[in-house]
Design a protein around this ligand. Structure first.
Ligand code: HEM
Length: 552
């Protein structure tokens, strides 16, 4: 090949690299389609040499090695253009933050890995160092300014879900189509409302099984996370498919157990990859071909198909979702993905997990702080004595303990991600440019002295008699707020109230005598989108007064 032609090709490749960055990568979320991008770059050298050679004379053919060089030059100038833009010209360039975070989200991933998947704690340090608005990625800001909550998350905000949600199949939670989300949320909200009107006896039935399981192991150390998990899986299988999975009773079956164990093993990866959604997208795409993700997809699909075929004698969420979903390929896929969303989301987190995380944390706290067990009994004993307990009622002391644990140790650590509208958003005098990925970390907000007095202390009374210790209630958003808020909040609270109140009524709970325990235990919590709580055994014994009554 002639040198002059080669020089022209090299110059064109270099210019194209800059142009593709400026015209495409800078303007569109190309990382939504990582498979297409990677395959595109992988075949580019071969396609290029083939295309050029079909025009060039046989004596001037382009060798494939030269095509690789051209693609390399194209990528290098594209990378250079990208780096220069991100460092010097990006609309966020005036926001403070670590230098490396300006260049790539890989910085966050590396920090999450170095902290042992404790990004929530890394983020606290970032805000301490850089202030309320920290640039944590090329087009991303972490915001801890409580004034920003309604602007970013509220119902009137024009910001909507960010690129993280693209890494998963479409569902009410993951869709980025605002109109579709609104329609689907109507279905979910009305379904949950109808369902919960009759659901408390069903829940109490599962609490009966939970208590009988505790009863069988009285005096022995019990892995609290496991039993809490089984409870919430049973509630959710019943809710989703009208049939409990048999987790508490041990009849769930090996397939389901194995599938769930497989998913749990993969959950660590989510704690890393949620920082780089296109990588998560790749894992999910290839994971769907085989392995635990595929096994879970198949299982949950089968559960929906069976449920549809056989119906259900009990009212369940599927009844309502089925009624409001078109019976076509798209509708069926939506149902499959939402059944996974409820049960395990197969592709990332489980909303079952959130309840069991909260239960686990609250039981551990009560074992460590028995004075609150006494306080709870003071509130609830008369209620049980008059046979008027209802898990639909918010009892002040019980609610204060639940709130305080959710505040200090929120089960969802992933801060809801939003993208600002093209015209940007102004928060008081601070302008956030359009198309910025923004998030508001719950963990950080909950531990901010502007929001709570003595924010790092466990003081449930702040939710009752010491209300002046809550300075900004609107910063307490464990179930998030606005259009993407949690439709399962009422159900989750019913579960927590039922299990906690009825367990404390009958049993004492303590940390095993050979285990030394303090609040530092919770430093071990990992941020895997939802919180991962270290394993802890607790000992349940029959409550002293109940025991003496039985003896009389
Ligand atoms: C203590 C328990 C729970 C907590 C702390 C919690 C918290 C949250 C949070 C923070 C979100 C927003 C997630 C995001 O930004 O993507 C969310 C969304 C959601 N939650 Fe919950 N949740 C709990 C229990 C439940 C339960 C029991 C259900 C079952 C029905 C549920 C169903 C959902 C759904 C479907 C969404 C997506 C809503 C949307 O995007 O419009 N959650 N939850």
């Amino acid at each position: 090949m002639e040198q002059a032609l080669l020089n022209t090709l090299i110059g064109t490749a270099a210019l194209l690299g800059v142009a593709v960055h400026q015209l495409i990568f800078k303007r569109f979320e190309v990382d939504k389609h990582p498979v297409v991008v990677f395959v595109g770059f992988a075949i580019a050298p071969f396609a290029l040499s083939r295309l050029l050679n079909s025009y060039l004379a046989p004596s001037a053919q382009l060798p494939t090695s030269m095509a690789f060089l051209l693609v390399g030059i194209f990528l290098a100038t594209m990378g250079l253009s990208l780096i220069t833009y991100r460092v010097f010209f990006h609309p966020l360039h005036n926001f403070p933050g670590p230098f490396a975070a300006r260049l790539s989200k890989f910085w966050c991933l590396s920090q999450a890995a170095a902290s042992g998947m404790r990004w929530h704690r890394v983020n606290v340090q970032l805000h301490e160092k850089y202030g309320d608005y920290v640039r944590t990625g090329p087009r991303e800001l972490s915001i801890s300014d409580p004034r920003a909550i309604p602007h970013i998350l509220g119902f009137s905000s024009k910001a909507f879900k960010g690129p993280f949600y693209d890494s998963m199949e479409d569902s009410v939670n993951t869709t980025r189509d605002r109109v579709f989300h609104k329609q689907r949320r109507k279905v979910w909200d009305s379904s949950m409302k109808s369902l919960l009107q009759t659901y408390s006896p069903v829940l109490e039935g599962f609490t009966d099984i939970f208590l009988s399981r505790l009863n069988r192991q009285l005096g022995d150390p019990i892995e609290i996370k496991e039993i809490a998990n089984h409870y919430s899986y049973d509630v959710m299988t019943q809710l989703a498919y009208g049939k409990a999975g048999g987790f508490l009773s041990g009849t769930a079956g090996k397939t389901v157990d194995a599938v769930i164990a497989g998913i749990k093993d993969g959950v660590d990866a989510i704690g890393l990859l949620y920082h780089v959604p296109w990588m998560l997208n790749l894992v999910v795409t290839f994971g769907s071909i085989g392995g635990p993700i595929k096994a879970w997809n198949d299982w949950s699909k089968h559960a929906v198909v069976e449920r549809k075929k056989n119906g259900s004698k009990d009212v369940d969420l599927m009844k309502y979702l089925l009624e409001d979903t078109n019976d076509d390929a798209k509708g069926r896929e939506l149902l499959f993905s939402e059944s996974r969303l409820i049960m395990s989301a197969g592709r990332r987190v489980s909303y079952c997990e959130t309840v069991s995380i909260a239960l686990t944390e609250i039981f551990i706290v009560l074992a460590y702080k028995p004075e609150y067990v006494a306080k709870l009994r003071g509130e609830l004993d008369p209620v049980f004595a008059s046979d008027s307990f209802s898990c639909e009622t918010a009892y002040p002391v019980l609610e204060s303990i639940i709130n305080e644990v959710l505040r200090l140790y929120p089960p969802v650590l992933f801060a809801a991600q939003r993208v600002t509208p093209s015209e940007g958003i102004t928060i008081d005098s601070i302008f956030i440019p359009g198309d910025t990925v923004v998030s508001m970390p719950y963990y950080q907000l909950n531990r901010d002295p502007r929001n709570f007095v003595q924010p790092n202390e466990f003081i449930p009374e702040r939710w009752t008699e010491k209300s002046d210790m809550v300075m900004n209630r609107s910063a307490f958003i464990p179930f998030v707020v606005g259009p993407g808020n949690c439709p399962g909040k009422a159900l989750a609270l019913m579960e927590l109230r039922s299990v906690l109140a009825r367990t404390i009524r009958e049993y004492d709970v303590q940390i095993p005598p050979n285990v030394s325990f303090d609040w530092g235990f919770f430093d071990g919590v990992k941020d895997l989108f939802v919180a991962w709580v270290p394993t802890m055994n607790l000992i349940f014994t029959r409550r002293q007064s109940v025991r003496s009554q039985t003896l009389i």
